[in-house]
Design a protein. Structure first.
Length: 113
């Protein structure tokens, strides 16, 4: 019997950018799932104390699992406690649907822009 190949882990890359107005943007690519979500939260936590607003561009994030969603919400709350707003922008339609179904779309001001 042939050995099963391991299921590849999902990846998430995050690039930092700054808009002309000085707002920091995290351009995310990949999936925000149990294996990758903590990286997203760590980026937000490291930036939040120095910024009033962080935008997370999710146009290239087609999938977020329940762990990822919980971690994104945790990152939002962590940013808020540091005096920073985390806004989800350019949200992929699949993720926008998830936010609407879970009624979290209204939490992330600016989502879907």
């Amino acid at each position: 019997m042939a050995a099963k190949s391991p299921i590849p882990k999902h990846t998430l890359t995050i690039e930092r950018g700054v808009s002309s107005g000085g707002t920091v943007t995290l351009v995310c690519r990949g999936h925000i799932v149990i294996d990758t979500a903590e990286g997203f939260k760590a980026e937000v936590k490291s930036l939040a104390p120095q910024h009033k607003v962080i935008e997370a561009d999710l146009s290239n994030v087609p999938y977020v699992d329940s762990s990822g969603l919980g971690t994104v919400l945790g990152a939002y709350m962590s940013a808020k406690s540091a005096g920073c707003d985390l806004k989800l922008v350019k949200v992929h339609p699949n993720v926008r649907d998830l936010l609407n179904v879970t009624r979290l779309a209204s939490v992330f001001e600016g989502q879907g822009q």
